[in-house]
Design a protein around this ligand. Structure first.
Ligand code: PFF
Length: 443
């Protein structure tokens, strides 16, 4: 057996984990669900969910992975006992589901980057840009082409391994992403809609907080931190025992939340400046930002950079999703990495086809009433698979792992009791309550 691949530095790990966390969830999804659920109050609940439930579970995932040095199935079995391997299975399954539709949206970002590179938005008005997006969604060939391109990139990176693939690429892509978001933030700050955009994001109107909004906020805190499916666990399994878990988790979560807030503060001011609907749904970023780029001085360049970097954000998340599946086949089945990467990447590409076609040929297929297949998979993963996986991870870390062992991994005896309380009671109760709520009261 060759020695287990590992991160070459703490920074490498933190960047890769932040790369997993910061993705389409921050730049595409967070702004649009904040728009749909009414702004400020939703943001507050989301931040509370990240702090009280997200961070403790993030620590738990990394801890379990590092303790076991295995993929999610093997790690849950080793730390929790045989019965808990099921939680690992759920995670591996979720990685297939999520990456299949995630890659479709990521494909949109590649397509838009290509379009921007050829100056394709210049001079178009909001209506023309909206039509452009709808026509793109209705075109199966283009959808599949870009979905295939994106999966090819993911496979090319993951095949390189932990230090030479994942870490190396995150070290380049993450700083670039941050720099571009900041440039766009400055542009948004100087737009006439800045004040309205800020008000929308930070003005808390609690009447708009429906039970569904609570569920969505909690679900999103899992999604955005890549929790509940073993991605962080897998990344933790390549981590040195010297790294401080809580500090790393806090850095990752704060970085992630900041990037989501900044993305919102880029998009909402632009919405208000150009009289666009902040509650436009999944198409928000593809219908709003290009409108601004079309009219901005140097807009083509900004558009190119923005969509390219959005694609990079998606890429650094997607590689962590594929890594979960790859780790399973390498660790549990003894497959060589290239075979696991190509094989599973190929399977995920195939699984993504129905999502890609759910806006055209398969528009009549519904898992949930009134939702496209694409939206249904996102709902299934975010609202059920990830919270249930997170619950399993919290229970194993809080109740199955011996306290002294947990403390030895956690290291800081002062803060340990708080984390332990959160992981034993707070996180499980919050997840169960929300799931029950969803089943009984809503839905
Ligand atoms: N955290 C990613 C995002 O916010 O876009 C999505 C994600 C990546 C979810 C990896 C789950 C995961 F394992």
């Amino acid at each position: 057996m060759p020695p287990r691949d590992h991160w070459s530095s703490r920074l490498g790990f933190v960047l890769a984990a932040a790369g997993s966390a910061i993705g389409l969830g921050n730049v595409w999804k967070f702004p649009y669900i904040t728009g749909v659920y009414g702004g400020g109050a939703f943001v507050l609940v989301y931040l509370a969910a990240v702090a009280l439930v997200g961070i403790p579970i993030l620590v738990a995932e990394i801890l379990i992975g590092r303790r076991a040095r295995k993929d999610p199935v093997g790690a849950m079995r080793a730390v929790g006992g045989r019965a808990w391997a099921g939680v690992g299975w759920l995670g591996v399954g979720a990685s297939f589901v999520i990456l299949s539709y995630y890659s479709v949206v990521a494909g949109w970002t590649l397509a838009y980057a290509a379009r921007a590179a050829s100056g394709g938005f210049t001079g178009l008005d909001a209506a023309a840009i909206s039509t452009l997006f709808d026509a793109f969604l209705a075109d199966p060939t283009r959808q599949l082409f870009w979905h295939a391109c994106f999966m090819a990139l993911v496979i090319a990176i993951v095949v390189g391994g932990v230090a030479k693939g994942l870490e190396r690429w995150n070290k380049v892509l993450m700083p670039a992403l941050v720099a571009i978001l900041l440039v766009l933030f400055v542009v948004a700050l100087r737009s006439p809609g800045a004040a309205a955009g800020f008000r929308f994001m930070f003005h808390a109107d609690f009447h708009k907080l429906t039970p569904k909004a609570w569920l969505e906020a909690l679900g999103h805190s899992f999604f955005t931190l890549s929790l509940g499916m073993g991605a962080m666990l897998t990344y933790g399994s390549y981590l040195s025992t010297k790294t401080d878990l809580l500090r790393s988790a806090v850095v990752i979560a704060v970085f992630d939340a900041l990037m989501a807030l900044v993305a919102g503060l880029v998009i909402f001011p632009i919405c208000f400046t150009f009289g666009l609907q902040p509650a436009a749904g999944p198409g928000l970023i593809f219908k709003t930002l290009p409108v601004a780029f079309a009219q901005m001085h140097g807009g083509s360049l900004f558009a190119l950079l923005f969509f390219l970097l959005l694609a990079f954000a998606a890429l650094t998340s997607a590689i962590s999703l594929l890594e979960v599946a790859v780790a399973y086949f390498v660790d549990e089945r003894g497959w060589p990495r290239p075979r696991a990467t190509l094989g599973m990447g190929g399977v995920i590409f195939l699984l993504g086809i129905p999502s890609a076609l759910s806006f055209s040929r398969l528009a009549h297929v519904h898992l949930y009433p009134g939702m496209t297949l694409f939206d249904s998979l996102d709902t299934l993963a975010t609202n059920y698979l990830l919270p249930i996986g997170g619950l399993g991870i919290a229970l194993v870390a809080g109740w199955r792992l011996a306290r002294p062992v947990a403390l030895e991994e956690f290291r800081d005896p002062r803060l340990f009791p708080y984390w332990h309380l959160a992981i034993r009671y707070l996180a499980p109760v919050a997840v169960v309550l929300i799931l029950l709520f969803k089943m009984g009261v809503v839905g």
